[in-house]
Design a binder for this molecule. Structure first.
Ligand SMILES: [Zn+2]
Length: 501
């Protein structure tokens, strides 16, 4: 009899972001990656056969029940020991007589989901008045000697120690491989990243997640013959994992360029498993890197990564896929937790657009939402926008954007900058929008007439180009099918300082 074992890491993000410290976060992220990679050996050591391991999850086949059970116990114990709070869920399914791999897999997946849902999701809080609460996560009792004069819990201590080794993570290794001719210094803090920013002192967090990946896998398996299902299953998981990682590596290295001697290479990754990605980069690179990432992910998922490129090559799935991204830009000392939360909300907003387009047209479109923020979000983003960026029948933002439109916005900003559009007029790009529809039209006419029209690419032409590209008529509005007037001008102004030539 054969036994199929599926496993999946629990609460990856809760675990990685439980701590408040950057170093501990990347340590946690690396620890999960390392544990996942080591699972391959654990499977083989217990007499199993690896079907797939990657992105915090995996599958294996065992020929006897005891080995399968032993493996599951060993794996769960290892995760408990190393992470204290993250854990992993396993599920064993025995193949019934004559059952196809497809049905077997489906049954195992249902079992895994049931087991995951049944798990207690709460992380214990300290309620003993004599115990000191961990100063990193504020949740577990502090133990052992203080770290940097702070009393911290076992889970945070391991994450913190692991933070030293994060450079061994696959994604950092991949970047080092691309720049094999030189050595790279990695940043130790967000300040190291902010220093590389222009304007200085700002960082951008990019949060990306594939759209409808579960559904996509189902479709892939449905399409193939019974005999091909097992192969397709690991091909899919591997393709998603590699397409995500390499799209980010290639986007980052293309836009950040080669490492500069004695300066940290300004990027940090927090989540890099499966189709999830969370990275911090200098603010002015966040949106361009995200857009490049979206474009490359679509390409790599469909046709794979070419052999002639430095790094790993792999085959694509021959189908379309897309990602939804959030980019949150803020000062480097902005509370990291709030910024991560903002980036996730932006990603959700982008995902809704991707979903809507897919439902209406059946097309896969990668999308992005962004926000340059100086204060903490007090309300959910959509609520805040409904209050601040909409009145009467006017909508002062086009966010979220399909990546093609966001790319247009970036190019239009570059067009304005290279035309010599006066910096002191940037506020005039959004202020009139609050004066009502007609008054705004007049204000923009005045603005246009006062801008220089001399030269091939004059400021006046660059602004007129914005109207043309987004079909704004009468400038700065466009009438939507549901009879609202919408404009990208405020989005453009918000992003203006964070896009460089
Ligand atoms: Zn803690």
């Amino acid at each position: 009899m054969s036994y199929l074992v599926l496993f999946d890491t629990d609460r990856i993000q809760d675990y990685v972001f439980a701590t408040q410290k950057l170093r501990a976060m990347r340590g946690g992220s690396f620890l999960l990656e390392r544990l996942n990679r080591e699972t391959r050996e654990t499977i083989m050591a217990r007499g199993g056969q690896v079907i797939y391991v990657g992105g915090g999850a995996g599958a294996a086949r065992f020929e006897d029940k005891t080995s399968a059970l032993n493996f599951c116990c060993a794996l769960e114990a290892e995760y408990r020991k190393e992470t204290i709070i993250a854990g992993i869920t396993t599920c064993i399914a025995e193949q019934t007589a004559g059952e196809s791999f497809k049905d077997w897999l489906e049954r195992a997946e249902k079992g895994l989901r049931r087991r995951k849902d049944a798990k207690d999701r709460s992380i214990p809080l300290v309620n003993n008045p004599y115990a000191k609460v961990c100063e990193f996560c504020g949740r577990l009792p502090a133990e052992g000697d203080p770290v940097k004069n702070k009393y911290i819990c076992m889970a945070c201590k391991i994450q913190w120690d692991m933070g030293m080794n994060y450079k061994h993570s696959l994604i950092y290794k991949a970047i080092e491989e691309k720049f094999a001719f030189t050595s790279i210094t990695w940043p130790e803090s967000l300040e190291d990243i902010g220093q590389a920013s222009d304007p200085e002192g700002y960082i951008g967090l990019i949060y990306a997640d594939g759209n409808r990946m579960g559904q996509r896998r189902q479709d892939e398996l449905k399409r193939c013959q019974d005999t091909e299902v097992e192969e397709k299953y690991w091909q899919f998981s591997e393709c998603v994992d590699k397409a995500t990682r390499w799209a980010m590596v290639d986007a980052v290295t293309e836009l950040l360029g080669q490492p500069v001697a004695n300066k940290p290479y300004p990027v940090q990754f927090f989540i890099t498993g499966g189709d999830d990605m969370l990275a911090a980069v200098p603010a002015q690179q966040a949106v361009p890197i995200a857009l490049k990432f979206g474009e490359l992910f679509e390409q790599y998922y469909k046709v794979g990564r070419p052999e002639e490129d430095v790094g790993e090559s792999f085959a694509g799935m021959g189908q379309d896929a897309s990602v939804a991204m959030g980019a949150a830009l803020a000062k480097q000392n902005y509370p990291l937790h709030s910024l991560i939360n903002t980036a996730r909300q932006l990603q959700k907003s982008a995902k809704q657009l991707a979903w809507k387009v897919w439902k209406e047209t059946g097309k896969d479109v990668s999308t992005i939402d962004f926000l340059a923020t100086s204060s903490s979000l007090l309300k959910p983003i959509q609520e805040q926008r409904a209050e601040e960026l909409a009145y009467d029948q006017l909508r002062l933002t086009q966010r979220p954007y399909a990546i093609d439109d966001a790319g247009k916005l970036v190019e239009l900003i570059r067009g304005l900058k290279s035309s010599g559009f006066p910096q002191n007029k940037v506020n005039d790009l959004w202020r009139p929008l609050y004066r009502g529809r007609l008054a705004a039209c007049l204000d923009f006419l005045v603005l246009l007439s006062r801008l220089s029209d001399r030269g091939g690419d004059s400021p006046q032409q660059a602004l007129a180009e914005v109207a043309k590209e987004f079909n704004l008529s009468p400038f700065p509005w466009r009438l939507t099918p549901d009879f609202h007037y919408i404009t990208p001008l405020l989005d453009l102004a918000e992003l203006y300082d964070f896009i460089n030539l």
